[in-house]
Design a protein around this ligand. Sequence first.
Ligand SMILES: Cc1ncc(COP(=O)(O)O)c(C=O)c1O
Length: 384
Amino acid sequence: MKGDPRKLGFSTRAVHAGQTPDPRTGAVAVPIYQTSTYVQHGLGEGAEYEYARVQNPTRSALEEQVCQLEGGHSGHAFASGMSAIATLVTLVKAGEHVVVSRNVYGGVYRYFTRIMERYDLSFSWVDTSNLAAIEAALRPETKIVYLETPTNPVMEIADIRAISKLAHSRGARVAVDNTFLSPYFQRPLELGADFVVHSTTKFLNGHSDSIGGVLISTTEEDAEWFRLVSKSAGAILSPFDSFLVMRGIKTLAVRMERHEQNARRIVDFLVAHPKVKRVLYPGLPDHPGHEIHKRQASGFGSMITIEMGSYDAAKRMLDRMRVMSFAESLGGVESLISHPASMTHASIPAERRADLGLTDGMVRLSVGIENVEDLVADLEQALA
Ligand SMILES: Cc1ncc(COP(=O)(O)O)c(C=O)c1O
């Protein structure tokens, strides 16, 4: 397309943002610039591209695409979701403090407690669905309030707008891991947050064939810092993975609609099933965060957690699944089913998992885009 897609609808931006036709050939798809360096014009003459750890046109196109979907100032793509999060945390210095959703992805818990605490950063693990608890945890040295909403896998909902207002009044900034919903359903920066991170490994790429992460900033000062960290630490996303994620994002809108449509049907089935003790899904009217979620997001996504009552009951079900694959991760076109306590959240000590309500009987579903009748039939036979 010609012109700036920034004012156009979400799906149009997903397809066109950052996708300038190749100037040499007019190629519609941004080429994979698989190069480590670039020939420069001459000594003393600056060049836009010098070395691929610092700049790569395929990566830049993806960064612009995601940035426009989240409505930020700049995007920064990394080799994994964890390296995007690690880059964000370089804003916090020794002696400073971060308030974190108590029930974040287990890898984030491991990174903060086992690595960053060694560098004298401190973390308060808070129920971020409770504004008063956040208020009580904020300190003069708090730099960032780090949220997941919904949390993984307990599905606690944080009020991004209210938390941003509170954090800003106390000199802290707010980062949201938006992996579960993607910008198609939730755009934290529009609600007042300062940073968004994603594991692009999940819904953004959407096809379970790439590991990656993005970090979106809202100011040039932060962007400059992230560019410095990125080129210095070097955990950049490869040109091929940038291409894959960009290609995945072009169909994000249609995939998310189908993901959610399937999830709603499956939630109805699970709620009515006598062997399922509890269904955690923010789309259920009796979910504690339902009203807040409805105010800040345009959909409920396709992540569902169920309580089977015991490890053995969860195992019996998981062992029998046929269409849904028993695997870590989420957000792919194929339905995945997992056991958070022994998989994604195994690095969280058992007593802490118990405090969070993350039980051994919990099973997490990432509902894909297959024919929903096949998914329901699969669950039906596994639960029989
Ligand atoms: C919500 C969430 N954030 C971050 C990550 C880390 O992303 P990655 O595995 O791409 O490093 C994950 C991984 O499962 C996740 O589920």
